[in-house]
Design a protein around this ligand. Structure first.
Ligand SMILES: Cc1cc2nc3c(=O)[nH]c(=O)nc-3n(C[C@H](O)[C@H](O)[C@H](O)COP(=O)(O)O)c2cc1C
Ligand code: SF4
Ligand code: SF4
Length: 452
């Protein structure tokens, strides 16, 4: 069985699955139950000054029958007394010495950072996570994401923390920036031992159209919240991958954002993460989801012949490159399995209204739209037209020379593997890239803005 244990900048944990700093990691009692359920580590709900919160404070986005695709909150940092939290940190570390207990911290002045860090470390924290990500409430007071959005400030406060801390310092980044590399590199310059990302996205999740108040509602008022959950995963993955590719980063990453199962976790690890953190999925389904995460990741590693999580880490980073480096000669075409097709015509409307107008139904020839590439002015149905066992003449056919292989029809088709994208024979462009064209002066082409 593969070894799931990790070493994150010196912080050891029996597996890469950590609770993110949030309500599931708000007390020692919860964190101990989480460790019993199988979680390898926890980042304590942020400790600092404001011991106050509002009601209500959560909102959710349901989509197409799926509850909580996206989640929002306007909660501040821990509203429990610091003394209680620190006593419980000590208790958890005493009972679970092999699990990772990182304490998230956020405060204002240099002196406050010194005191807070000392007190957390005295309580036994294995490491600290600086919360430079909270996009509501705290940022209005110059903390959280307002630090995360100012690389020089982030660098300076990180260097204070490094000066005071004896344990590893993780910097938790806000995704509310134009380019995640800037705060990431600032954290590295400040001496951070690791980066955690993402915190939540500044957002308004919905508007109550009867009361005319955005959600979540505090009386008859509201404010922007922090968005997270499955809906944010793609953006978080992109940000993680950008940092993992950058030679100036080079410190461990803790991936956060919409992780709900082992596959999500494996994707973050394959894009360069050492640990992953989870909040929304635990708030939705409870601590027990970690059992499947452990089994799933472990089976996956075994099946792939990988001996440890380290073997998976960063495996997909090399395949992530600039658009300009992609092979312009790689060409796919949509093929329809007429025996699986149910004749719903979703692919037809998708291709006609949202793609390249090259799927037709029936046996008759179709006139190509005026913008079709010459010489395909008339699309010819394959002869004889394949008739499906289920859908009869409602089975569509693809005018292959016009298909650009965009994937849309395959994405909307409700029948698994009914439309497959297949590679066509090697094109003359094989191996050509946009960057090469630019280098060789071939980037100004007929059909563009230049006259020939
Ligand atoms: C209700 C709630 C409270 C949160 N509180 C904190 C916090 O105190 N400190 C922090 O760094 N992040 C906080 N977060 C952000 C989470 O740690 C995490 O970065 C974010 O939710 C993305 O992960 P997810 O998609 O798994 O929820 C909070 C998130 C939620 C939903
Ligand atoms: S891959 Fe795109 S262009 Fe080709 S048939 Fe499907 S939707 Fe149309
Ligand atoms: S190929 Fe798929 S989307 Fe198109 S008609 Fe058949 S079942 Fe519907």
């Amino acid at each position: 069985m593969a070894d799931l244990s990790i070493d994150f900048a010196g912080i050891k944990s029996p597996n890469p699955f950590w609770l993110a700093s949030a309500p599931p990691a708000n007390s020692g009692e919860q964190i101990m139950r989480a460790f019993d359920a199988g979680w390898g580590g926890a980042v304590w709900k942020t400790l600092g000054d404001p011991i106050v919160n509002v009601s209500s404070r959560f909102g959710a986005l349901d989509y197409g029958g799926q509850k909580v695709m996206g989640f929002t909150n306007i909660e501040l940092i821990s509203d429990r007394p610091l003394e209680d939290n620190l006593r419980e940190v000590r208790e958890v570390k005493k009972r679970y010495p092999k699990h990772a207990v990182v304490v998230s911290v956020m405060t204002e002045t240099r002196d406050d950072w010194r005191v807070l860090i000392r007190r957390c470390e005295d309580a036994g924290a294995d490491g600290l996570e600086l919360n430079f990500g909270c996009p509501h409430g705290m940022c209005e007071r110059g903390m959280g994401s307002s630090v995360g959005q100012e690389p020089r400030l982030l660098e300076e406060i990180t260097s204070w923390a490094k000066e005071f801390a004896k344990t590893p310092v993780l910097v938790k980044l806000t995704p509310n920036v134009g380019d995640i590399l800037e705060p990431g590199r600032a954290g590295v310059r400040g001496g951070a031992d690791g980066l955690s990302l993402v915190n939540t996205f500044k957002s308004i999740i919905s508007v109550d159209l009867d009361r005319m108040v955005p959600e979540p509602r505090v009386g008859m008022d509201s404010t922007n919240g922090g968005y997270c959950g499955p809906a944010v995963k793609p953006i978080a993955l992109h940000m993680v991958a950008s940092l993992a590719r950058d030679p100036r980063i080079g410190i461990p990453l803790s991936g956060i954002g919409g992780i709900s199962n082992w596959r999500d976790a494996a994707e973050f690890i394959a894009l360069g993460c050492t640990s992953v953190q989870v909040c929304t999925a635990v708030m939705h389904y409870g601590f027990r989801i970690v059992e499947d995460m452990i089994d799933g990741l472990s089976n996956y590693l075994d099946e792939r012949g990988m001996k440890s999580v380290n073997d998976l880490r960063g495996r997909a980073v090399r395949q992530f490159r600039e658009w300009g480096e992609l092979d312009l000669g790689y060409q796919l075409v949509a093929r329809i399995d007429s025996n699986k097709c149910i004749g719903c015509q979703l692919c037809v409307s998708a291709c006609h209204d949202g793609a390249h107008q090259c799927i037709f139904t029936g046996t008759e020839d179709r006139k190509r739209p005026p913008h079709a590439h010459a010489p395909h002015v008339m699309a010819k149905a394959p002869q004889p037209q394949v008739i499906g066992a289920v859908a009869g003449t409602r089975v569509p056919w693809v005018d292959e020379p016009e298909c650009v292989g965009c994937n849309l029809c395959a994405l909307v088709c409700p029948v698994p593997e009914c439309i497959t994208m297949e590679q066509t024979s090697a094109s003359a462009l094989k191996g050509d890239t946009w960057n090469r064209r630019v280098q060789e002066g071939r980037n100004k082409v007929p059909g563009g803005i230049h006259e020939f």
